[in-house]
Design a protein around this ligand. Structure first.
Ligand SMILES: C[S@@+](CC[C@H](N)C(=O)[O-])C[C@H]1O[C@@H](n2cnc3c(N)ncnc32)[C@H](O)[C@@H]1O
Length: 262
């Protein structure tokens, strides 16, 4: 069990010493983007989604909802986030209410396999499939929720070879929910779900630079409410992630795909 935090919005307020309404967007960005690359990673993902205002987008493993709110704001789309962790769905819903986006962004506590709604115009998933053992089934279930020709964008962590990263990691505290694939295997698992690749980019060098600058960003954040402070063992998890990237054990890959059918 990795995502064990509860009462996240109360903890954010306690850490910040302020009401959630008083946090700036930059401060919120430093806590609700639960992936490497922060809000800039979402900016890099958006072109691969083929979005137009009014479309409805599916976020698989939506976490605290930072990417969903960013996409709703910047692309004028509705977003439905699904996540299996109740406390994260509750926090994402509260943060969305504070942001005044409740009419455009919703979160549902469910596994993608049991989501009833279909016909989404696009989907994305960020730093989620490392928790998923059966990746072909995961991407097949995403494809079943999309209209034909829809875009899927991913921003995901892969293993570079056979060496294991040190634990704890942001997505796995004890290793029990850690299912890393190589970039080639992940791409093939996505394609087996009925997708064809449009773009497949190794973002590791940029993410390493992002980690290099993280200390300065945390110092500049002007709040103690940061993602590493919010998460159980958060600083050790981030440090191990950055070290494994620097040692060539892990990569971060961004992909854009289109649904062509199985
Ligand atoms: C590292 S967080 C990333 C959250 C979010 N995508 C982001 O980038 O801010 C991983 C998230 O995936 C969720 N998750 C893991 N396995 C899942 C599954 N099978 N279906 C839906 N969500 C899942 C976890 O609950 C957690 O919120």
């Amino acid at each position: 069990m990795t995502y064990v935090e509860t009462d996240l919005t109360a903890t954010i307020s306690d850490l910040a010493g302020a009401d959630l309404h008083d946090l700036t967007q930059a401060q919120i960005d430093g806590i609700d983007q639960f992936h490497s690359g922060g809000a800039e990673a979402v900016d890099r993902l958006i072109p691969g989604l083929g979005l137009k205002p009014g479309m409805t987008v599916l976020d698989v493993g939506s976490g605290l909802g930072g990417p969903a709110r960013q996409i709703a704001r910047s692309a004028g789309c509705d977003v439905v986030g699904v996540d299996i962790t109740r406390a994260y769905v509750e926090a994402a819903t509260s943060l969305t209410s504070v942001a005044g986006l409740t009419d455009r962004v919703q979160f549902v506590e469910t596994d993608i396999a049991t989501l009833e709604r279909t016909n989404f115009d696009a989907a994305y998933t960020m730093h989620v499939q490392m928790n998923v053992a059966d990746k072909p089934a995961f991407f097949t279930e995403i494809g079943r929720r999309l209209r034909p020709g829809a875009h899927l964008a991913v921003f995901e962590v892969c293993r570079a070879g056979r060496r294991d990263p040190a634990l704890p990691l942001p997505w796995s505290i004890d290793g029990s929910d850690n299912f890393l694939a190589t970039p080639a295997d992940l791409r093939s698992n996505i394609e087996s779900g009925g997708f064809t690749a449009v773009e497949w980019v190794d973002e590791t060098a940029w993410i390493l630079q992002w980690f290099d600058e993280l200390g300065a960003r945390l110092a500049d954040a002007d709040t103690a409410a940061t993602l590493p402070a919010l998460l159980t063992d958060g600083y050790a998890r981030m440090l191990n992630f950055a070290a494994a990237l620097a040692d060539g054990i892990l990569t971060v890959h961004r992909g854009a795909f289109r649904l062509v059918g199985r």
